[in-house]
Write a protein that binds this ligand. Sequence first.
Ligand SMILES: [Zn+2]
Length: 457
Amino acid sequence: MRRRKRRLRIDRVLICLLILVGLICIVRFTIYTIYGFKILNQAKKGETVKLYHDNANLWKSTVKYINENMDEITYTYRNYTVTMDSSYFKKNMNVKPSTENKKITNTEFLKQKGLYIKNNNIMGIASKIKLKLPHYLYKNGYVDLYGIDENGNYLLLESRKKVDDKYFTLNIYENYSNYFITYVKLESIKTTQSYTLTEGETKEIKVEFNPSNATNKKVTYSGYDESVITVEHGLIKALKAGKTTVKIKGNDMSIAKVKVIVEKKKEKKEEKKEEKPKVTQGEDGIYYIDGIMIVNKSYPLPDTYNPGGLLPEFMNAFNEMLGDATSDGIKLWIQSGYRSYDYQVGLYDMYVRQDGRDTADTYSARPGYSEHQSGLAADINNPSSSFNGTSEAIWLKENCYKYGFIIRFPEGEEEYTGYKYESWHIRYVGKELSNKIHEAGDISLEKYYGIESKYSN
Ligand SMILES: [Zn+2]
């Protein structure tokens, strides 16, 4: 009898304990769930909410905007705006957002041989890696790839890179050990309201994108009177006098309109002596003609000038060209883009030791005199004379002007450029100038502007 009584007491205590633990669990779960959803519900359109996570910096960000359907959240991370599926947030919102929380980690990336991921950055030694993109990135069809240098600076390596499926092949760039992949959603586009041209004139339509670092900057042009103008690759060509409107559509469906007035060419040829524009040196020490940066043997860059990589205008144009080249079955890649002053010091010295100064000067630039320091020039595929005449070189020569590039050292222009023919070296000058140079017969920049390219000593 006594023993039974005692056992009963222990059972009761155990049952009570179990109920208590159960209650605690239910309360905890409820609190976390409510707390999580509360944060999401708080972040109504335009409001801001902070999400913290110490293991993945990606989440240490501010929600800027939730769309009407609550299925997309736009938030800022460092200086970038990222749009992602809110279901991903909802899923993770069920846990307490705190700095101790280790549950939120991005597991969508695949670990590959010779590669590991830290704080959502890919750190690896393989020359190429394949990784799985999270849904919110690949569904947009395009991504931007940033390299992160030792100082934590983000540099745009590839803009508007097409992603066909969940898998993304990344070329590991030597100078960067960390990478960041993102998609920046385009909000709206803006353009000059009207242009006035005379018959035969060409003009580039300037389109402003908001935000300026939007990933997909592809726009389409339509609605204009084809007898008055043509529009190709953002360049208006005035055919005959008249008025028309160009409808510009961004990939976000936003629309901008430009009025174009074409005036008759004046019959009496006013013999206006076309004064050659002059080279001017900016406060930054850089030489320009009409806003075009000039770098050659006569016009060096300051040794302190360092854009840190290829400039976005180069990358945007290059990626546009890449898309069309790929459709034509032509593979193009950047073999050598930005080169710093210090890098050129070593390179030029090596060539001088190898071939002597006079010979080295015909194919390699002295430090400060290399266009590679500008962030606006690059060598494509294979920087050697064996690239001349290949289908890639021919395609490049015939098409690069459509995207704002010129072959910087054309064949037969050695006396103007001071360099032998380089079929692989392209320079970004903008579509307006590249078209003019193309119409002038793909001549060199020096011949076009009537400037020299000679070392002073
Ligand atoms: Zn080059």
